[in-house]
Design a protein around this ligand. Structure first.
Ligand code: HSE
Length: 347
């Protein structure tokens, strides 16, 4: 039976969710998936780090209090984040990178991915920064080192979108997509339809844990722009940079705009889209759009995300589901590990 040793880099909600799943589900995974996971190292800039090549107690890790330097309280742990040591020397086969998204240069996550790939470790990540800004370089690095680099969770957390399109739509010719790719802004627009003010709706989204600490990235479209770049580059063969994508958010949509749309069965949505022209050029944008009730994305409410692919052979193909959440995003890491296991097993 295969047992993968895994190092967790960043121990906020996502990797903590993965530790919880490992604690609860390893026996079921052995039967259902043909492998189990053993955590051999964890590092986090706030909590510190811990390493044990024989395996750490996943349940104990999942319960760790979120206080500065908390790993120092565990036997063998430290208040210092020994990122490079944990990534390179914990004996991990797989590194799960789930630190914060830096939309400017993708750091320090990109460096963590580089270290892992150069050391011959598979990398799974949910981080939008390294993928939107450095995917090509990191994929090439993985190729040169004979390891996998997987990032399904970077767009819609655990809801399959990249792999779904790559594995099931080849030949259908995807020529574009439209997506609701930010849970916070869709939640805010939905609550405003119910009469809540913009400010109160953003506050609620923060309370519910959908919004970023600074929700500007959510409501001004910057979070969606990263996801549009990832989807366009992955699925339309584009080579877009974030600066190529015109971006505006939902702050210009007034309560009156939302009410008059509602009265005629239409809805305002923050839409990230891209399309490929006949000459192969791909253009993309992020903007609030007024959708008629018949549009495939008009019925998507609350924090739910959705992408509608425009294909030559099938017309529109739409997938919807959660786009954020602790366990939902931890599942994305699991789905990446399943993909690695499948390809390793075929070798
Ligand atoms: N703040 C993001 C959202 C989280 O609201 O969708 C997932 O990227």
């Amino acid at each position: 039976m295969t047992e993968y040793k895994i190092a967790l880099v960043g121990f906020g909600g996502v990797n903590r969710g993965l530790a919880q799943l490992i604690a609860e589900r390893n026996p079921a995974w052995r039967k259902e998936l043909g492998f189990s996971l053993k955590i051999v190292g964890v590092t986090d800039l706030f909590l510190g780090s811990i390493m044990d090549r024989d395996g750490l107690d996943a349940a104990q890790l999942a319960r760790l209090p979120s206080v500065k330097g908390a790993f120092a309280e565990l036997a063998g742990g430290s208040a210092e984040a020994f990122n490079e040591t944990i990534i390179k020397q914990s004996g991990a086969d797989i590194v799960a990178e789930a630190t914060f998204t830096n939309p400017v240069d993708g750091e320090p996550a990109t460096t963590f991915c580089r270290w892992a790939l150069e050391a011959g470790k598979h990398v799974v990540t949910t981080n939008k920064g390294p993928i939107a800004l450095h995917a090509e370089e990191l994929k090439a690095l993985a190729g040169r080192n004979g390891v996998a680099f997987e990032y399904e969770g970077s767009v819609m957390s655990g809801t399959p979108v990249i792999r779904m399109a790559r594995e099931t739509l080849p030949g259908a010719s995807i020529i574009g997509f439209e997506g609701i790719l930010n849970g916070t802004s869709n939640y805010v627009l939905t609550r405003m339809e119910e009469g809540l003010s913009f400010t109160d709706a953003v506050g609620k989204a923060q309370e519910l844990g959908y919004a970023e600490a600074d929700p500007t990235a959510d409501v001004e479209g910057h979070d969606v722009r990263l996801k549009v770049v990832i989807l366009a580059n992955e699925l339309l063969g584009a080579k877009l940079r974030t600066s190529d994508v015109h971006c505006s958010g939902i702050t210009q949509v007034s309560a009156a705009d939302i009410e008059s749309a509602r009265q005629r069965g239409a809805r305002w949505k923050l839409i990230g889209s891209a399309s490929r022209a006949a000459d192969g050029a791909v253009s993309a944008s992020v903007e609030a759009r007024l959708l008629e009730g018949s549009h495939p994305l008009a019925g998507i409410s609350g924090a739910t995300n959705a992408v509608s692919f425009d294909t030559e052979l099938l017309g529109k193909v739409t997938v919807s589901g959660p786009g954020a959440g602790r366990i939902e995003t931890a599942f994305a890491l699991l789905s990446d590990i399943v993909a690695i296991h499948t390809s390793v097993s075929k070798r």
